[in-house]
Write a protein that binds this ligand. Structure first.
Ligand SMILES: *Cc1c(COP(=O)(O)O)cnc(C)c1O
Length: 382
């Protein structure tokens, strides 16, 4: 249907044979392949511990639970993110408080806005590295230290993203990565937590599997006969088929992200011809995974008509994101949000995401920019 889709996955014979290998060995859930993926991911990100989970939403919930969040607590989070970030906070009974983003050039949470949201109920800050572009972690950690707050990094977009040579997700107390189908490395559904804290690691392992002190694998290996349940835990385990895909995908991540960054540079270059268009994250500090390519339409352009025009030319676009504080299920959660979020409101109304995936060609980018120019022509607007 699409000449150029929004995204596409790099999946091939290696993943198929990895899954086949798991099926032939007949151990299907949280076994040695999962341990391999965790070890490889910890090594890749330079974190002490990695815990693989069923998806990043479960991982964010575990992160909130491991930090002891509960009813009456507040967690500062951006509204310009996927709803899972804020949902995970609410699962614990804690309340998300939405902070504004930096500006039209930097769609990440603003340290200044974070500080303005802090009160005696604030327990944590959940940052989101939009498209893998780093939040201002040095400043955010400094604020957190000063106010004794924990820091969770929603690093769903950020596999293969660094700031000051430190992988994103390893700056705060816990980082959470997503391996959902449209992310830079995928297992279909899947996710990973990273932490340097031994005590948080132990807690996360308990939360992942019913709060039980031994795993099926330990009992199978004759390491344990029984178990105690020491926490109210969940079943957020990953299976071996997904872990096997993950090992292969992690091996391809750097090369694929490099290609995403090349395509991003090409986009930025071609978009110089359209000075009325805002191109966020140009020259942003650190090295991004370039998960998606957002642009902001000029004020007054009808976004739906623009996206329809792109569709008519065979090009799929998307919106990242409809802001969370406007959703029906969030109307009562943070009633003061609207007045506090002028930049989010402005950006969210104008943002359009253009296609970006490693197998795109340079000619695809040129064709997309031609289509953008065509869609912006006044006579083309309905
Ligand atoms: C994809 C995504 C999630 C959720 O990840 P799942 O693995 O699908 O649960 C959370 N936060 C952000 C910013 C995301 O993009």
């Amino acid at each position: 249907m699409w000449k150029i889709p929004l995204s596409d996955i790099d999946l091939g014979a290696e993943e198929i044979s990895a899954v086949q290998g798991v099926l032939q060995r007949r151990w299907l859930t949280m076994g040695e392949v999962t341990q391999d993926l965790e070890a490889a991911f910890a090594m890749y990100t330079g974190s002490k511990h990695a815990v693989a989970v069923t998806n990043a939403t479960a991982g964010l919930h575990m992160a909130c639970a491991a930090l002891g969040l509960h009813a009456g607590d507040e967690v500062i989070v951006p509204s310009l993110t996927f709803v899972a970030s804020a949902n995970a906070i609410r699962y614990t009974g804690a309340c998300p408080v939405f902070a504004d983003i930096c500006g039209e050039e930097d769609l990440n949470i603003s340290p200044q806005a974070i500080e303005a949201c802090i009160n005696e109920h604030t327990r944590a800050i959940m940052v989101v590295h939009y498209a893998g572009y780093a939040c201002d972690m040095p400043r955010i950690l400094e604020i957190a230290r000063r106010h004794d707050l924990r820091v969770i990094e929603d690093a769903a977009h950020a596999a293969g993203s660094w700031l000051e040579n430190r992988h994103l997700g390893t700056w705060g107390d816990i980082g959470v990565f997503s391996f959902f189908s449209n992310k830079n490395m995928t297992t279909g559904e899947g996710g990973m937590l990273v932490t340097d804290s031994d005590s948080l690691f132990e807690k996360l392992c308990l939360l992942r599997s019913h709060g039980m002190t031994s795993l099926t694998l330990d009992r199978h290996k004759g390491h344990a006969w029984s178990y105690d349940v020491v926490e109210l835990g969940y079943n957020y385990r990953i299976d071996e088929m997904r872990a096997a895909i993950g090992v292969v995908q992690l091996g391809k991540l750097d090369q694929n992200n490099e290609r995403r960054r090349e395509l991003t540079a090409l986009y930025e270059n071609l978009l110089k011809e359209l000075p009325q268009m805002t191109v966020p994250f140009r020259g942003h500090p650190g090295m991004s995974s370039a998960h998606i390519r957002p642009i902001l339409l000029p004020r007054g352009v009808d976004r739906v008509a623009f996206m329809e025009q792109m569709k008519a030319q065979g090009i799929q676009t998307s919106i990242h994101y409809p802001p969370i504080h406007r959703f029906t299920a969030y109307r009562e959660v943070d009633p003061g949000a609207s007045e506090r979020l002028p930049v989010t409101t402005n950006v969210a109304a104008r943002e359009v995401t253009l296609p970006l995936y490693p197998r795109m060609t340079d000619d695809d980018v040129t064709a997309i920019i031609d289509a953008v120019i065509h869609a912006l022509l006044p006579e083309r607007r309905s």
